[in-house]
Ligand binder design. Structure first.
Ligand code: MN
Length: 285
């Protein structure tokens, strides 16, 4: 069993209107990806029946991801804020189930943004308890939750694989694990090998992003080492290419991630290049 290779929807479009969803699904298929990762910030904006039909027509799989915000942060000390996050994530899990997605990943534990203070024990406990409940709901639909390890400017709860493993074991749900992203690893980890080995079978999802989030191979990420570690650890979960440019604006995400620069304009070329780049690194040597 080998990994499915996906592409993040923001390579194609910033939202999920009729035109955007048709475009994103057709282009993902044309660039020979196995699946598309949809942004699930607002599950009510996703026309599930239509999306499901478009995916089936294209023969494309699907996962979804999101980051929380200051009003629905599971790691907040304010129970009302945590409750809003839990309600949103329940809806996202149900949307995933209806779409046929088996993975919900990203910053589903904290606001996506720069905190001005460290995480607190009470906030962390709120997050752990909420994710225990959400993991049970996800398990009922056969969905795996992946906690994405992101850099210090995008969460304060954990920034390395080792820290993520601590909270994953505290939560203690069989269908909840670590989601690694090479863009963030390049900022926070010592190398691209040890975090993969540390995670072992707790690694459930992977984002492939360059150090500036543009064309793969044009930045600082040591992809050869990373893919070698994935192979040696027998990783068979999904791998999604993630890239952002000011050429495609995702209202819920671009400003939070600081996408101010134009890293590319030709997303077709970018996506084809990335797929070939990933296939080449995964080829048995
Ligand atoms: Mn990512």
């Amino acid at each position: 069993m080998s990994s499915q290779i996906g592409v993040h929807a923001a390579v194609w479009s910033g939202g999920w209107s009729d035109a955007e969803s048709r475009h994103a699904i057709a282009e993902s298929k044309a660039a020979e990806y196995d699946y598309i990762e949809i942004m699930a910030f607002d599950p009510a904006s996703i026309d599930v029946a239509k999306t499901r039909a478009l995916l089936a027509d294209a023969g494309l799989g699907v996962t979804s991801s999101l980051g929380l915000n200051w009003d629905n942060d599971l790691s907040s000390e304010d129970p009302a804020v945590v409750a809003r996050g839990e309600t949103l994530l329940e809806a996202v899990i149900d949307c995933n189930a209806a779409l046929g997605s088996k993975y919900l990943v990203g910053v589903i534990y904290s606001a996506l943004g720069k905190y001005s203070r460290p995480a607190t024990p009470r906030g962390r406990a709120n997050c752990v308890a909420a994710l225990q409940r959400l993991a049970r709901r996800a398990a009922d639909s056969g969905i795996t939750l992946g906690l994405e390890v992101v850099n210090r400017y995008e969460t304060n709860l954990f920034n390395t694989a080792a820290q993520a493993l601590d909270i994953v074991s505290e939560i203690g749900a069989p269908n909840l694990g670590v989601h690694l992203d090479t863009y963030h690893m390049n900022i926070e980890e010592d190398d691209f090998d040890e975090p993969v080995r540390l995670c072992g079978d707790k690694l459930v999802y992977v984002h492939i992003g360059e150090s500036h989030r543009g064309y793969l191979g044009s930045g600082n990420v040591d992809f050869a080492t990373f893919f070698r570690a994935l192979g040696e650890c027998g990783y068979a979960g999904p791998i999604a290419f993630e890239s952002f440019s000011s050429a495609v604006v995702a209202p819920a995400l671009s400003n939070t991630l600081g996408v101010w620069r134009n890293l590319w304009t030709d997303n077709r070329d970018l996506a084809r290049h990335a797929k070939e780049f990933i296939d080449r690194l995964r080829a048995p040597s």
